[in-house]
Design a protein around this ligand. Sequence first.
Ligand SMILES: Cc1cc2nc3c(=O)[nH]c(=O)nc-3n(C[C@H](O)[C@H](O)[C@H](O)COP(=O)(O)OP(=O)(O)OC[C@H]3O[C@@H](n4cnc5c(N)ncnc54)[C@H](O)[C@@H]3O)c2cc1C
Length: 386
Amino acid sequence: MMAGYLLARAGVNVAVLEKHADFFRDFRGDTIHPSTLELMHELGLLEEFLKLPHQQLREIRGIFNGHTVPMADFSRLPTHCKFIAFMPQWDFLNFLAAQAKKFPTFALHMQHEVIDLLFENDRVVGVRAKTPEGERDIYADLVIGADGRNAITHTRADLELRDFGAPIDVLWMRLSKRPDDPPQSLGFFQHGKLLVLLDRGDYFQVGFVIPKGNLDQIKQRGLPALHQDILQLGPFLKDRITELDDWSKIKLLTVQINRLKKWCRDGLLCIGDNAHAMSPAGGVGINLALQDAVATANLLAAKLRERTVSVTELEEVQKRREFPVKLIQTMQVFIHRRINGRTSGTGDKLPFLPRLFLWFPFLRTIPARLIGIGPRPEHIHSPLMR
Ligand SMILES: Cc1cc2nc3c(=O)[nH]c(=O)nc-3n(C[C@H](O)[C@H](O)[C@H](O)COP(=O)(O)OP(=O)(O)OC[C@H]3O[C@@H](n4cnc5c(N)ncnc54)[C@H](O)[C@@H]3O)c2cc1C
């Protein structure tokens, strides 16, 4: 959506295809990072955007074995907004879509599921989409595959995927929120286990990290045992844990960390989770996907308005974005060694690493920068056509 918005804004004819009828999915986190808010500022959209209901998180705290530790302090970031805005992703996407539709060069086609690529002499020249009216072939000078993990576009294009292995999956569920609940802290850590609570106004979106492939085992132990596992990390949820009274209320989200060796071929460019599926660790995948979109528009918009782009020009996007992606994925692999849903100790001592954040508060600026802005931040350089 962001790439579509920026390219349409630059005068390139764009058709965004989305397989669902709406954007109401709850499976992808709600974080709008300071870097994204900065992009909104650069686009002149920030004021309007912040009118949408959201919560502002100025500091990330983790609860480690019951000890509260401030981990990231956004107050010193060199951005207009020194906070993460928590907003359901569907509100963000609907906002961007509404802004994009102001450009006559933009079209959004819902319920258009890409099922194949169209080729001419080994060049990708479009896509075949399944729509309520039947199959439809759509031709384009460039196909941007932003179809997330398990993307059909990179599979059909035979692009090689390297998997770095994520030892976790996430159980995703809802629990109601009460006025006297502790303020948003995000993570409750305990000896390799992690419970995440995203504040969505009147309820918590709850993520509980489990070892990969362990759901059947967890089901065999039964719901009361799962309730106990969750309560061990978040005891204040005791009065409502029985809201989870059926397995249908608990969704399994599989976590992947992988990266395409080549992000493009003639006529096709892959960005976001399609080119590099991100783990939820650190909550930065949305930011990276958006930054890819901005880099794509910066590097290609002016050219696409005039002509088709070459593979060498498409490769520039990978050259620009691969370093930040590699760095963050390496950190995610490191985090998974410690937080993998398996019990790795006992006691209520505060572990050494988080203890450092208590001893040396200036260290909190490092995660703030990595999460809030990320390495090699992008700024809007693509043109605005009137
Ligand atoms: C459990 C979990 C929690 C996470 N939490 C966070 C978080 O809090 N913060 C964060 O920054 N990151 C988080 N991430 C990572 C983040 O979700 C991804 O990195 C990010 O969503 C990638 O964005 P994307 O646009 O590339 O892909 P997606 O968000 O997956 O979007 C792909 C879009 O393409 C559509 N689509 C797919 N296939 C087709 C098709 N064939 N035809 C047409 N449309 C199609 C989909 O419906 C979807 O709208 C989390 C990941 C997981 C697994």
